[in-house]
Design a protein around this ligand. Structure first.
Ligand SMILES: Cc1cc2nc3c(=O)[nH]c(=O)nc-3n(C[C@H](O)[C@H](O)[C@H](O)COP(=O)(O)OP(=O)(O)OC[C@H]3O[C@@H](n4cnc5c(N)ncnc54)[C@H](O)[C@@H]3O)c2cc1C
Length: 292
């Protein structure tokens, strides 16, 4: 008997959703390719909590021991006034309602690397430095033209390429009607740990603007964080860093504590990550291909 042909799937994006989905689709017999625009797995970002159902998922993937080993065990979040005087301090896990027996907090980059490692030695094929350029769904399959020039056909194409997904744009049209801003945007960047911070963060907040410095354990570098409320259209879709820096400086003008230092560190950072805080809401998340 001729074995049934494995159905082919292309996933766009190799961050958290992409490799996790690749793991499961590979296990369930699909022929999986992941295309990622960056030259390698992107490791930046704040620590991420793996909680609730996500713990069940990583456990079933056999990754729970590695994920537990990477737990960074943050301790306190300390609030200061504009002169840097301590107002109060809360244990992190109490503040976020975490289940301390079960939940794990680990650097985002460690999580993406673990998920990538769990899939790259199997049958999942990773293509870095490339992305979907054109997509044509003829009802029986999807023809993909890659930015690098290659053409290929897949049974299913899935966008795991983030909030500003190009795959979604190619299939469903421009992002604007689907992107519901929650009225904030944030900037995140690394900077030297010149205050000797350890295992947690210091926060200075005023209505509509929050500044923080966060240390992962005793790392020589810390994360700077600047978030502010805004009614302006987010610049995150256009990725215009200069404009984002300009708006952030304007939003934080006159704020005390370490904010001037944070603004300068943000402008000099080579790993500035910024985005709007928004939700994508869509009437449906897929288009159907008929297999008649
Ligand atoms: C470097 C980085 C740092 C982050 N830091 C934080 C943080 O500190 N705090 C926070 O709340 N969230 C952060 N995020 C976002 C957070 O990871 C995601 O919102 C969340 O984890 C959901 O993950 P995701 O896999 O759906 O999407 P994302 O993590 O956004 O990943 C999308 C992936 O798709 C890739 N991609 C994008 N466009 C294309 C394209 N056209 N073709 C191919 N690949 C494409 C991106 O390079 C990325 O690897 C960060 C994301 C990245 C990429």
């Amino acid at each position: 008997m001729v074995p049934a042909q494995r159905r082919s799937v292309l996933i766009s994006g190799a961050s958290i959703a992409g490799p996790t989905l690749a793991f499961w689709l590979d296990r369930y017999g699909f022929d999986v390719t992941v295309v990622e625009r960056a030259p390698t797995i992107r490791t930046g970002g704040y620590p991420i909590d793996v909680r609730g159902t996500a713990i069940d998922v990583v456990e079933r993937m056999g990754l729970l021991p590695q994920i537990r080993t990477a737990h960074i065990a943050s301790r306190a979040m300390t609030f200061v006034d504009r002169a840097g005087k301590i107002i109060g301090s809360v244990p992190i896990y109490e503040a976020i309602g975490s289940d301390t027996e079960r939940d794990v907090e680990l650097p985002r980059g460690t999580l993406t690397t673990l998920l990538h490692d769990a899939t790259r030695n199997g049958d999942v094929d990773y293509c870095f430095n490339d992305s979907i350029d054109t997509l044509r769904d003829d009802g029986k399959g999807v023809d993909i033209g890659f930015a690098g020039g290659r053409q290929a056909r897949y049974d299913i194409v899935i966008g795991a390429d983030g909030l500003h997904s190009r795959t979604r744009r190619l299939v469903f049209g421009p992002e604007t009607p689907f992107n519901h801003s929650l009225g904030f945007c944030f900037n995140l960047f690394s900077m030297p740990n010149d205050k000797g911070l350890s295992h947690g963060g210091v926060v200075h907040a005023e209505p509509g603007r929050t500044a923080a410095i966060w240390a992962v354990q005793d790392s020589p570098r810390v994360f700077g964080f600047l978030a502010f409320s805004t009614d302006e259209a987010p610049v995150s879709a256009s990725r215009d860093a200069e404009e984002q820096i300009r708006r952030t400086r304007a939003a934080f003008a006159g704020m005390g504590w370490e904010v001037p230092h944070l603004l300068d560190a943000m402008a000099q950072a080579d790993d500035l990550y910024f985005d709007s805080v928004s939700q994508i809401r869509m009437p449906h998340w897929s288009t159907r291909i008929s297999h008649t």
